[in-house]
Design a protein around this ligand. Structure first.
Ligand SMILES: C[S@@+](CC[C@H](N)C(=O)[O-])C[C@H]1O[C@@H](n2cnc3c(N)ncnc32)[C@H](O)[C@@H]1O
Length: 210
């Protein structure tokens, strides 16, 4: 079994480069491959809005804030607070808003939706794992479906979406739903995912209509 306590190559690299979690390299790889945050079209154009769901401790949010076009805005949400260890004031900026709460709760949804619409939605939201793979996959699917609801309601035409899913549940149905909403939809597993992890990401490019 992997030793999750001992910092690995990606964790040490993250700390050195000013991020609280190794997960930043998953977003970086997807961004480099799919130009998620590229300005123009979807992404984070000037004046555009990005939504980061399941954002704590905050690596994806920091990556987005460091890369987004001037004048664009980031909304992040998580049950847990963000780490303030590496943000150097970025989380106090005028172009950032954090919602602490459960993204499946209607009151939280309302707050997040009222800050939209968004040109890019990124979700790394994941349940705490129980060790029972089918239970964990079912919980992850529930979260992924909630994220797709946000995309349906609040993603602009041409917008982009990244959703984390645990393989093993009925993810085929989810991917089918993504395919109906986007010009292209695909599954992608970044190299920075732990080799034993059964997580993957679904990526939708070009929201068809709203
Ligand atoms: C893998 S971590 C995200 C790491 C983050 N992308 C980063 O780079 O720092 C998954 C996050 O999903 C959050 N989460 C799980 N279920 C949630 C829910 N129902 N509502 C909001 N956040 C949730 C957890 O609290 C956890 O912080």
């Amino acid at each position: 079994m992997a030793d999750y306590k001992k910092p690995d190559y990606w964790q040490l690299k993250a700390r050195k480069e000013g991020y609280p979690a190794r997960s930043v390299y998953k977003l970086k790889e997807m961004d480099e491959k799919f130009a998620l945050l590229k300005t123009g079209g979807g992404g984070a154009p000037p004046g555009g809005r990005v939504l980061d769901l399941g954002a704590a401790p905050g690596s994806w949010s920091l990556y987005a804030l460091r890369k987004m076009a001037a004048n664009s805005f980031l909304v992040s949400a998580d049950i847990s607070p963000l780490s303030r260890q590496y943000d150097r004031g970025l989380f106090d900026g005028d172009n950032f808003f954090f919602v602490q709460g459960d993204i499946t709760e209607p009151a939280i949804q309302e707050i997040i939706l009222s800050r939209g619409p968004y040109s890019l939605i990124i979700s790394d939201a994941a349940p705490s794992t129980s060790g029972n793979r089918s239970v964990d996959a079912a919980r992850s699917l529930e979260l992924a479906e909630a994220v797709l609801d946000y995309a349906e309601k609040a993603l602009v035409k041409g917008g982009r979406l990244v959703i984390k899913v645990f393989q093993g549940g009925d993810t085929a149905e989810l991917l089918k739903r993504i395919k109906t909403l986007f010009d292209t939809a695909k599954s992608f597993k970044p190299q920075a995912c732990r080799s034993e992890s059964f997580e993957t990401y679904y990526i939708g490019m070009g929201r068809i209509s709203r």
